[in-house]
Design a protein around this ligand. Structure first.
Ligand SMILES: [Zn+2]
Length: 172
């Protein structure tokens, strides 16, 4: 996986560098850097027959439907990541034990020309009734509650989440 903006070895400044599968190599000083797969989470928030989608307010996939979630932080569990992202993005407070694991899907996430490979862990949680949503506006343009029978999968930006939602709909 070539990273086009990596032009020099960060250790010895050589331009004699190469990329393979998920590894950066310097052919002069033998430095190796692994561009490892990152863990990310996504949450299907369920309220009756509806799921909450966010509309992305930034690239990649700006304007497309998304699920709440994001990259896991260092030293954080996937469930803690779900809990933190719901709080940050929507001001939703949910106990850790309420998150039910659904499935994982690989994804590509390109940010400012750097290609990241992720493994998205998808969880389901019931929307806590009475919660007043507060949207993190630099990331989210708006939220949409969509009936599970009326979801247009093509409007979901990321392939991983499109597949996850399709699986969820088909396994009710
Ligand atoms: Zn080097």
């Amino acid at each position: 996986m070539e990273i086009k903006s990596f032009n020099f070895c960060p250790n010895c400044a050589s331009k004699n560098i190469s990329f393979d599968y998920r590894k950066f190599n310097c052919n002069d000083c033998n430095m190796v850097y692994y561009q490892n797969v990152a863990t990310a989470t996504a949450v299907i928030l369920r309220k009756g027959e509806e799921i909450l989608f966010t509309v992305r307010n930034r690239e990649p996939q700006k304007g497309k439907l998304d699920l709440p979630g994001g990259f896991t932080d260092p030293d954080e569990t996937a469930e803690e990541s779900c809990q933190r992202e719901l709080k940050e993005e929507l001001n939703i407070t949910t106990p850790l034990e309420n998150f039910k694991y659904l499935l994982s899907q690989p994804n590509n996430y390109e940010y400012k020309t750097i290609p990241y490979k992720t493994c998205d862990l998808v969880y389901e949680v019931t929307f806590p009734i009475g919660t007043e949503l507060a949207i993190e506006e630099d990331e989210i343009a708006e939220v949409k509650w969509i009936n599970i029978n009326e979801i247009n999968l093509d409007e979901i930006g990321f392939v991983s989440l499109r597949k996850a939602v399709e699986y969820y709909i088909n396994n009710q």
